[in-house]
Design a protein around this ligand. Structure first.
Ligand SMILES: NC(=O)c1ccc[n+]([C@@H]2O[C@H](COP(=O)([O-])OP(=O)(O)OC[C@H]3O[C@@H](n4cnc5c(N)ncnc54)[C@H](OP(=O)(O)O)[C@@H]3O)[C@@H](O)[C@H]2O)c1
Length: 269
């Protein structure tokens, strides 16, 4: 019965916006023979690197970010590659997500990359100085934002050939890694809830061929790592994105609903 509801839902999602709609992707001269990736938070850090590398691989790239006008490096990428379309999208805003989902209705998406994320202020997530408004902000972006994106673009992913929904990170949300050190509550909580949401989504979609997974990109030298207070060894965004993209290409159905490292090792719950 659940499979029936899922297939009806996916039909409705894909039919609702197909014929007659000029997608923003067409405006960016997407090649229908090439796969398509949709990335959140693609103005900097890992998101920008994913956009660059997928564009260089010949993919159609729907590169979303909160402030396209301020995204100089992304604008340069779009000027270089016809198949990069930039869309304004804040993952915490229903109206943004719906607007972009409507613009791309009928556009197959092979990989939905839930990359946008925030660490949250460290002091505000330290015992003795908790700020629950900050907790809500972190959950809003990291957990709710990714679920909102996954639901809104489900029909697009179902229409894609590769059918993958990938969220970045998750290691800190597992007891295996999260319990190795104290503090950092909000980040850990947001990723734990994210893992739960993605695992449940995978269960709901098990008869659709869609793979839902979380990939931990390692410790990557981006603004987020600075926000975490970590000062040890890290890898570059370029190196990490290459490994994650290779991992995405190798994803298998049995990896669905799990948190895996960029090298393919499963992080135990
Ligand atoms: N760096 C690491 O070591 C590491 C480790 C594990 C997991 N990750 C994961 O990797 C992902 C990317 O992080 P990063 O390291 O590249 O960090 P980053 O450089 O800080 O980039 C974060 C991105 O998320 C965007 N963002 C924040 N709030 C948003 C919102 N409400 N709507 C849309 N976009 C929003 C930011 O856009 P603005 O410029 O507009 O703020 C930025 O593009 C995150 O999900 C993170 O949890 C990173």
């Amino acid at each position: 019965m659940r499979a029936f509801y899922t297939s009806v839902l996916l039909c409705l999602l894909s039919v609702s916006g197909c014929a007659g709609v000029t997608s923003a992707g067409e405006a960016a001269r997407f090649d229908p023979d090439q796969p398509t990736v949709l990335i959140t938070g693609s103005n900097r850090g890992l998101g920008l690197e994913f956009a660059r590398q997928y564009a260089a691989l010949g993919w159609n790239v729907i590169a979303t970010c909160r402030r396209p006008k301020a995204a100089a490096e992304l604008q340069m990428l779009a000027a270089q590659f016809d198949r990069v379309a930039i869309e304004e999208l804040d993952v915490t805003l229903d109206r943004d997500v719906q607007r972009v989902a409507e613009a791309y209705a009928g556009q197959p998406v092979d990989v939905l990359l839930n990359n946008a994320g925030i660490y949250g202020n460290l002091e505000k997530q330290t015992l003795g100085s908790f700020d629950y408004e900050e907790l809500k902000r972190v959950l809003d972006v990291n957990t709710i934002g990714s679920l909102r994106m996954s639901e809104a673009f489900l029909g697009n992913v179902q229409a894609g050939r590769q059918k993958k929904i990938v969220s970045l990170g998750g290691g800190m949300g597992t007891p295996t890694i999260g319990s190795m050190f104290g503090g950092h509550y909000f980040m850990k909580m947001s990723k734990a809830a994210h893992i739960s949401a993605m695992g449940t989504l995978q269960k709901d979609l098990e008869d659709t061929g869609i793979i839902v997974t979380m990939i931990s990109p390692g410790r990557v030298d981006t603004q987020m790592l600075k926000d975490s207070g970590y000062t040890g060894k890290s890898i570059s965004a370029e190196e990490s994105a290459t490994l994650v993209i290779e991992m995405i290409a190798k994803l298998k159905p049995e990896m669905g609903g799990r948190v895996i490292l960029y090298n393919g090792r499963t992080i135990p719950w």
